[in-house]
Write a protein that binds this ligand. Structure first.
Ligand code: NDP
Ligand code: 8X3
Length: 253
């Protein structure tokens, strides 16, 4: 039985990915800060798929917790085949001169440092087995910088760079590294970005069909089902209505 770890699996892309990987027969480690959501997902996966689930409730920003939970996995969970570094967020949207340093810390600590902490401990299992696949959820915001996106875009550019760096450094260990860069997806992402303002969040997706979390899970299915000798290095996935971060067609309402 193969094993996958998905960070930030309590909702959105991470949840859809955990469900997809379980449906493909992976035993899944699901992580996130909201314990109840993790428990609900564990029950849903067990109900739908005949696989084992390990739910680990921690914050990726906390190195001690990452080391404790992922660095000391139970013996039967150590043969990790796939790591999906998905936990991430944007907080705030506005000109950089008006940015809140606390929001910057949250994005940098989660999207860059959290991804590094998790990768560091999980890589060790893959290096020992001389195989594995790390999938980093970056963003189109890691390819382009857009108006008022400043620090979030910078963190996703960093993820893009880390994917490239991991691919080089982990080459001798036979570890695949894929960078997944989605465009706009209708998850809790904008609710988090606008600090709970649902009206503002809903406006982001008005007038066009955004990506759904399941669309990215489908892409991840494709990535993990390539033959051993094939790696997809980088994949940019957009809603059809969105060409790039500045060109989006919304229908008249
Ligand atoms: P959601 O807000 O729906 O999900 C984010 C997930 O990340 C949640 O499960 C959340 O869990 C988890 N998370 C956030 N902070 C932490 C933390 N400190 N420790 C552990 N888990 C954390 O958004 P998406 O599903 O859209 O986002 C998933 C990834 O996709 C992110 O990296 C995002 O940047 C990226 N992305 C999203 C796009 C979009 O338009 N939606 C487009 C491109 C990329 P909990 O709160 O329970 O900890
Ligand atoms: C999230 C998508 O376009 O809001 O990474 O940056 S976008």
């Amino acid at each position: 039985m193969k094993i996958a770890i998905v960070t930030g699996a309590t909702t959105g892309i991470g949840k859809a990915t955990a469900l997809k990987l379980a449906s493909l027969g992976y035993n899944v480690v699901i992580t996130g800060r909201r314990k109840e959501r993790l428990e609900e997902l564990e029950a849903e996966i067990k109900n739908k798929s005949n696989v084992d689930v390990l739910a680990l409730n921690f914050d990726v920003r906390n190195w001690d917790e990452v080391e404790k939970y992922l660095g000391e996995l139970p013996e039967e969970w150590k043969a990790v085949d796939v790591l999906v570094n998905n936990a991430g967020l944007a907080v705030g949207f506005g000109p950089i001169n008006e940015g809140n340093p606390k929001d910057w810390d949250t994005m940098i600590d989660t999207n860059i440092k959290g991804l590094l902490y998790v990768s560091k401990v999980v890589m060790q299992y893959m290096i020992e087995r001389k195989k594995g696949h790390i999938i980093n959820i970056a963003s189109v915001a890691g390819k382009e910088v857009y108006y008022h996106g400043n620090v979030y875009c910078a963190t996703k550019h960093a993820v893009d760079a880390l994917s490239k760096a991991m691919r080089i450094d982990l080459l001798p260990h036979n570890i695949k590294v894929t960078n997944v860069a989605p465009g706009m997806a209708d998850t809790e992402f904008s609710i988090v970005r606008y600090k709970g303002d649902k009206e503002k969040a809903d406006r982001v997706y008005r007038g066009f069909e955004p990506l759904h979390a399941e669309d990215i899970a489908d892409v991840i299915e494709f990535l993990v089902t390539r033959p051993e000798h094939v790696t997809i290095n980088d994949i940019l996935v957009m809603p059809t209505a969105q060409a790039n971060t500045s060109h989006l067609i919304r229908k008249e309402e």
